[in-house]
Design a protein around this ligand. Structure first.
Ligand SMILES: [Ca+2]
Ligand SMILES: [Ca+2]
Ligand SMILES: [Ca+2]
Ligand SMILES: [Ca+2]
Length: 437
């Protein structure tokens, strides 16, 4: 029921793996040399033949008309770039870009991409996530910021909200919200369907979690409801629980159930889960597991990034990067439209190294969402995967970006979605706009 056939590139990878196993067995029998030598020989073999063959299949572009994009550099000097957002910051109706890295939160004004600093490493050391929205509806966006993140100290972490000054160039005002251990991903969404936005906060680890497995305690998914919003007063926040997860790496705030209220999809060691507020019971949260993600030893199991895509005919799909900081771009296809029942995991690319960036959008307007995915490790790149009804065909978009995050929106207001990537070791922010076909 899903796109099950492997593409030529994957068949080649499968053959490579099989050949490696045969090589190991033969070599062990022949010379009884140490396991380390066998690993070295297989590594050399892969280095010589594996990567070129695998990427040759990918670059040969199975599509007759591959998607092409214009590449626009928004920032070439954003050290440690980690997360990017697309949101209208100044309220002029044009989507701007918000980026963060190395303690700095900056926004880039559409269409000149002039950079303005929201917070620096003085206010937000260890910055890890932002969520941008005009929550008090005064025409100027607020930016919630998670900071003081330290991977191996999960009790650490803080949350604040930055509010704009009188003019666009005035310094932003900061209001502390709460201490949130291991704060990692933030999203705004109207969870309770009252027409106002709540702030969803996803820590990655529980407070007692310890490396290397981080399984000692659950990360608590929560949301904050802003109360009594008025233009010149500090916001006050009500804190609510949503659920518990192990190594919760990513969330998406989206109306998955179609009732008009935003739900939360999470990618964790449990795979992909859906958390909804049950309005019949006064807003009690309910979590169901949708798919298990990749098998493996914690923390390298389950899913790491998640988005919900759609196909012609109404079926949707879960696009994930698996497992945690993983190698795989995977798709689970919905059994029938609006069922929220998803089939087995199909791996469409198993060659990412430290996969960390994912987006879905219908760039070519054919009714099927494409998947955009990137990684920050060896041979870093951003690729797009276009579904042809059977296979997800890969085209590499850009190799000059060690992608840590991707986010999209119709930035040039031409009716077609665009996508922005941020690179850490390449310290850049790049906008990709689909060319007319
Ligand atoms: Ca704007
Ligand atoms: Ca505002
Ligand atoms: Ca609400
Ligand atoms: Ca499409």
């Amino acid at each position: 029921m899903g796109p099950k056939r492997r593409r030529p590139e994957q068949l080649q990878l499968g053959n490579m793996l099989m050949f490696s196993v045969i090589l190991i067995r033969f070599h062990r029998i022949a010379s009884r040399i140490s396991g380390r030598s066998v690993v070295a020989i297989v590594a050399v073999f892969w280095g010589l033949f594996g990567v070129p063959i695998a990427s040759h299949g990918a670059d040969s572009k199975d599509q007759t008309k591959p998607l092409e994009f214009d590449r626009i550099v928004v920032d070439s000097d954003m050290p440690g770039g980690y997360q990017v957002e697309v949101a209208d910051v100044d309220g002029d109706g044009k989507l701007d870009v918000v980026g963060l890295g190395n303690g700095v939160c900056a926004w880039y004004q559409n269409p000149t991409w002039r950079k303005r600093i929201v917070t620096s490493s003085k206010e937000t050391p260890g910055i890890i996530s932002t969520a941008t929205a005009d929550i008090d509806r005064d025409g100027k966006a607020e930016i919630a910021i998670g900071y003081d993140f330290e991977m191996n100290e999960p009790k650490r972490g803080k949350l604040l909200i930055a509010r704009q000054g009188k003019s666009i160039d005035d310094p932003w005002k900061i209001e502390k919200i709460d201490a949130i251990g291991s704060v990692h991903r933030l999203r705004f969404g109207d969870l309770d369907g009252d027409g106002r936005l709540e702030l969803v906060v996803a820590p990655i680890f529980g407070p007692e979690a310890e490396p290397p497995a981080f399984q000692e305690s659950f990360a608590r998914l929560i949301y904050f409801k802003p109360i009594g919003l008025s233009a010149n007063q500090a916001f006050t926040w009500e804190r609510h629980d949503l659920g518990e997860f192990l190594v919760m790496h990513a969330i998406e705030a989206i109306d998955a159930t179609g009732d008009g209220a935003i739900d939360v999809l999470s990618a964790s060691n449990e795979g992909v889960s859906l958390t909804t507020l049950d309005r019949a019971s006064g807003g009690r949260p309910h979590t169901r597991r949708l798919v298990p993600g990749a098998a493996g030893t914690p923390p390298k199991r389950g899913s790491s990034e998640i988005h919900l895509g759609k196909l012609r005919g109404g079926k949707r799909f879960l696009a994930t990067i698996d497992p945690w900081h993983g190698t795989d771009v995977s798709v689970c296809l919905e059994a029938k439209p609006d069922s929220l029942v998803f089939g087995a995991r199909t791996v469409v690319d198993a060659t990412l190294s430290d996969g960390h960036a994912l987006w879905v959008a219908d760039f070519d307007g054919d009714g099927d969402d494409e998947i955009v995915a990137g990684h920050r490790g060896k041979d870093h790149r951003v690729s797009i995967y276009d579904f042809d009804g059977k296979l997800w065909n890969r085209t590499v978009l850009d190799r000059a970006i060690a992608a840590q995050d991707l986010r999209g929106g119709d930035i040039d207001d031409d009716g077609k979605p665009d996508v922005v990537a941020i690179g850490g070791s390449t310290h850049n922010v790049v906008l990709f706009k689909p060319k007319s076909r």
